[in-house]
Design a protein around this ligand. Sequence first.
Ligand SMILES: NC(=O)c1ccc[n+]([C@@H]2O[C@H](COP(=O)([O-])OP(=O)(O)OC[C@H]3O[C@@H](n4cnc5c(N)ncnc54)[C@H](O)[C@@H]3O)[C@@H](O)[C@H]2O)c1
Ligand SMILES: [Zn+2]
Length: 339
Amino acid sequence: MEKIKLQTGSNQNCDIFVTHNLSHTPTFFQEYIAPTRRYMAVIDEKVEQLYGDLFPFEKIIFHADETNKSWTIAGEIIQQLIEKQADKDIFLLGIGGGITTDITGFVASIYKRGVDFGFIPTTLLAMIDAAIGGKNGLNILEFKNMVGTIRQPQWIYANTSFLKTFSKDKLYQGIPEMLKVFLIDGNDYFAAADFLVRQYNGELFATEEEVQQWIYFITKAIEIKCGFVRQDETDGGSRRLLNLGHTYAHAIEHCTQQYTHGEAVGIGLIFAAQQGDFPHLNHLIHTLQSCHLPCSLPTNLTIKDLHAAMLQDKKIKNQRLPFIILKDVGNVTFAEKQL
Ligand SMILES: NC(=O)c1ccc[n+]([C@@H]2O[C@H](COP(=O)([O-])OP(=O)(O)OC[C@H]3O[C@@H](n4cnc5c(N)ncnc54)[C@H](O)[C@@H]3O)[C@@H](O)[C@H]2O)c1
Ligand SMILES: [Zn+2]
């Protein structure tokens, strides 16, 4: 099992474990679950159906949908915690994809002014991105992540075996976030893109070598994100580079229900690449297309609609909207648009 230690500026420690074997799960719990403590889980209902037996905790079942990453549902979860007499010493687990980890992290940050929590991400996107770094949030009026806190989970247990219950297309919705971190970091972009396209055209996780490659790229992506979080936990500086593609992505998500977050990030990467005259734009588009990911806006959506949605972006300060521009592999910079 791979272990990455994330220690942040606020001195919160998070241990991140990456493994591929489902049978590691009970052993992991034996080590990390204190027998005398009360553990309660907010669990994605699909994950409960598929893997519920693996998680011997009191559970609050959550239907993972962007519209449920809301005040109303966060309030309902808090109400259930109160009804179940959850005290300040509980340990809250978020088990599921990024929608589930986001709302669980938010609830854990505010319930009784904050309780300990941990994540078991079960989607690729949550393993490499959403569960990592302590940012959590809720959508308001269909605008993404308009409220939130930054607070680190104590541990994250990422088991890539959970990914086997996805169809290839659903799994690959997390791929743009993976390409994003490798584009920013520079080192593994071409190798990762090549591997991901080959896996898309073949059978996923078919050989031990392929399993090990998935673990390698997932662990690398996590390490890259951790590097930014260590330097800039509160997102005032370098961590903002991880928003590559996201100004467009969030506006696309706001304007249409047609694309998931990951798919919208893929289109956002293309916009960021066009803005930066990225010399490998064709390679990027070819990679996304080869993984059956969308590369253009839905036909009923115009750039004008997107710009209108961007006016509500949470990153706007002094009427300036920040963008991250992709200039080359490993070369991203900040830019701003005056509104
Ligand atoms: N906090 C952060 O730093 C951060 C970073 C990136 C994204 N996000 C947020 O993450 C969210 C997207 O997360 P996501 O893509 O994981 O979506 P998600 O949580 O909706 O999960 C996608 C789908 O997969 C299903 N699912 C989950 N695990 C499964 C499994 N093992 N097998 C089969 N199906 C499974 C879920 O029920 C859901 O239908 C967005 O709200 C985005 O804003 C947050
Ligand atoms: Zn994202």
